[in-house]
Design a binder for this molecule. Structure first.
Ligand SMILES: NC(=O)c1ccc[n+]([C@@H]2O[C@H](COP(=O)([O-])OP(=O)(O)OC[C@H]3O[C@@H](n4cnc5c(N)ncnc54)[C@H](O)[C@@H]3O)[C@@H](O)[C@H]2O)c1
Ligand SMILES: [Zn+2]
Length: 387
């Protein structure tokens, strides 16, 4: 019998909105979005899952959300909002994933209703995963509350949790229906979380946009000193570059390459090795430093370019390296990170290295001796700064 062929395309589109005080009574943005998506006048439900770090820092938040939906009653708010801890623990412990599924089940959230997550990248990743597997996919709305989630993790298409001690072992490629970046949330971030996400901007600038790299150099001190205007531009530009890349390249990552993961192979491993004491963005800054020095030692970029990258990372206030990133004789835990990275992406090992400030190339092999040397250089540089 003749074989049957199947082929179709599914179009995805969503907006990332930039706003201030999303739930203030006069802010129509969220309500208009919900009403436009639902012109049939049927009442749809919305379930909120909130990062406890955000709820604690903004004590009036749940009251404000209730008042907002009292006023905008075309969408029915589930009054019982789920508040869960923030940080990597929500991706490590499947109990939180179960809690979201339970709430979806208990409150009858169907595929025409919404799950809205407010929080850092970890909470958004986990809630997005729960929403996209329940009933084969409930519409999810992301309301990122950290720099990293507003400029990177919240604007993309990936959701996930950690499993078998491996980051994002379980997950989905499934875009949100909308993202609302509210600048007010950023005011309450710790200095660490304010800074952490800027590492993703350095990353995307280095592989895609030399002009943005120069902008970051010019504005590094302002960013480190919590200048709001500089931060807002950084977030907008970084989100834009991420979205353009996702749209133009390989949104659901069918290939083995993942240029947006420049600096990430060692970062993911370091996060585990330090039991998540080192934040994702902090680890990424160290991973960028390592792969930048490696790019120089392997003849891809000049010493001057490498120096500019290291300077920027330091000016932003990041540590350059960590003892666990050192490559020792024999087996080093960080080297296992290479194989784990390959396994996660599937296929051949593919690491992005720099060929200039704003351009990268994919390589399929990493030389352990050069890596060791790169790690040592950063270690010495750190030591010379501290003493
Ligand atoms: N899906 C993706 O494409 C993607 C991309 C990059 C990173 N990530 C993931 O994102 C996660 C890191 O996200 P993150 O950097 O946002 O950190 P995070 O989610 O771990 O949050 C850090 C801390 O900030 C607190 N917090 C959040 N918002 C706050 C606010 N407004 N005020 C005060 N405290 C607040 C949280 O409670 C938490 O304690 C990692 O799991 C990483 O793997 C995902
Ligand atoms: Zn990242």
């Amino acid at each position: 019998m003749e074989h049957l062929h199947q082929s179709f395309t599914v179009q995805y589109h969503y907006n990332v909105f930039f706003t201030s005080s999303l739930f203030s009574p006069e802010n129509e943005l969220l309500n208009s979005f919900l009403v436009n998506l639902n012109p049939a006048a049927a009442i749809k439900k919305i379930l909120f899952v909130i990062d406890k770090g955000v709820a604690d820092a903004h004590p009036g938040l749940t009251t404000q959300i209730k008042a907002y939906f009292l006023q905008h009653h075309r969408t029915q708010l589930v009054q019982d909002m789920l508040v869960i801890p923030g940080g990597e623990q929500v991706k490590n412990d499947t109990g939180y994933f179960d809690q979201v599924l339970e709430a979806i089940n208990t409150y009858g959230i169907d595929r025409h209703s919404f799950v809205a997550a407010i929080g850092g990248g970890a909470v958004l990743d986990m809630v997005g995963y729960a929403a996209t597997v329940a009933h084969r996919g409930i519409k999810h709305i992301r309301i990122p509350s950290t720099v990293l989630s507003q400029n990177d993790s919240g604007v993309g298409v990936k959701n996930g949790i950690n499993y078998f001690n491996k980051k994002n072992f379980l997950g989905t490629f499934s875009p949100p229906v909308a993202v609302f970046n509210d600048e007010v949330f950023l005011n309450t971030l710790s200095d660490r979380d304010w800074r952490s996400g800027i590492a993703e901007a350095v990353k995307v600038a280095l592989i895609k946009d030399a002009g943005f790299f120069e902008w970051l150099e010019t504005n590094a001190v302002a960013l480190a000193n919590r200048d709001t205007a500089a931060m807002n531009y950084q977030i907008w530009k970084c989100a834009k570059l991420h979205m353009e890349h996702i749209r133009s390249a390989d949104p659901f990552e069918n290939g083995s390459a993942r240029p947006l993961d420049f600096g990430h192979w060692s970062a993911h491993k370091l996060e585990y090795l330090t039991n998540f004491e080192v934040r994702h963005g902090e680890a990424v800054a160290m991973g960028i430093a390592l792969d930048t020095v490696y790019s120089n030692l392997s003849g891809r970029i000049s010493a001057e370019d490498a120096r500019r990258v290291i300077n920027l990372i330091q000016q932003l206030g990041f540590e350059l390296t960590h003892p666990l990133l050192q490559v020792k004789e024999g087996n080093s835990p960080i080297l296992d990170g290479l194989e784990e990275f390959r396994e996660h992406l599937g296929g051949q090992l593919t690491i992005t290295l720099l060929t200039g400030l704003g351009s990268g190339e994919e390589v399929h092999e990493i030389d352990a001796d050069i890596l060791k040397q790169a790690a040592e250089i950063l270690n010495q540089q750190t030591a010379s700064i501290q003493h």
